[in-house]
Write a protein that binds this ligand. Structure first.
Ligand SMILES: [Zn+2]
Ligand SMILES: [Zn+2]
Length: 274
């Protein structure tokens, strides 16, 4: 069936929109990126985090907002510069924002599996021993209804669904959007963002999340106000641990906030001194 679909809707590269090579069709799953875009994407994943000095795709550093909301890790793949629409990372994100695009969503989810598995392996109990409890679930930050209707997709939901399938973890849609809070976070100041995000979401008691670890999925993170608003709701419902997951983090999160050189880093968490 998927091969018939590939013939009707030939796979195009998520980065440049060119048809991906026909041999991919015969060789199995088509690639989401052409060879050139794949190279650019792999380079973007290697950009160095200014806080922990690790490549962004392996860094778990939090934004200031996430730090306050006590997330234990932030898994992401690339940095995102909103004005550089030509960057492969921006194009891939715009593709899943603007249309339902299963192959690209699957590709991004596949790329996120490794950082998520690594973050889950690093979980520790309060006593410092590895935390092997199998009580991890996925939840996503829903898009406004208006945007979802207009674009015909909710990219965070689709990403969370793909992750649920690939990681074999349940998806519990316990965070819902309130009506009338469809303002795009990117158009607001940080204070307005926080206020808007806190008003935008509500907890939906469709599953018991008490004592569990939540992987909170979104497509991109600007400052982390939405993540932090969801964190408050999840904590109140009894969630024990929070890990943020997004395809991209805003470029501004790459360095420690000015005047706050003591932001907790990966190394602090691992108890290293360097
Ligand atoms: Zn391409
Ligand atoms: Zn880092």
């Amino acid at each position: 069936m998927s091969r018939v679909a590939d013939l009707l809707f030939p796979p195009v590269c998520a980065g440049c929109g060119e048809l991906t090579k026909i041999e991919n069709f015969f060789g199995g799953k088509p690639d989401a990126l052409c060879a050139d875009c794949r190279r650019a994407w792999d380079e973007a994943k290697k950009e160095i985090c200014g806080i922990c000095r690790r490549p962004v795709a392996t860094c778990n550093c939090l934004t200031e907002e996430m730090e306050r909301a006590r997330f234990s890790a932030f898994c992401k793949l690339v940095y995102y510069v909103p004005k550089n629409r030509d960057h492969v990372q921006n194009r891939a994100i715009y593709r899943i924002k603007d249309h339902a695009d299963a192959p690209i969503t699957d590709f991004l989810a596949r790329e996120l599996c490794e950082p998520i598995r690594a973050a889950l392996r690093e979980r520790k109990t309060a006593a410092g021993t590895p935390d092997a409890r199998g009580d991890v679930f996925l939840v996503y930050l829903p898009r406004s209804r208006r945007a979802a209707l207009e674009k015909g997709t909710d990219q965070a939901r689709e990403l969370a669904k793909a992750l649920s399938e690939q990681l074999g973890l349940p998806l519990l849609p316990v965070i819902a959007r309130r009506f009338g809070h469809g303002k795009a976070q990117k158009t607001l100041s940080p204070v307005e963002r926080r206020r808007n995000a806190n008003a935008a979401f509500r907890f939906r008691a469709c599953a018991d999340v008490k004592g569990k670890c939540a992987l909170v999925v979104d497509d991109i993170v600007t400052g982390g106000a939405s993540m932090s608003a969801a964190a408050k709701l999840l904590r109140r419902a009894g969630v024990r641990e929070l890990i943020a997951v997004a395809v991209a983090s805003d470029e501004s999160n790459r360095m420690p906030p000015v005047g706050q050189p003591t932001l907790r880093t990966e190394f602090d968490r691992l108890g290293r001194t360097h």
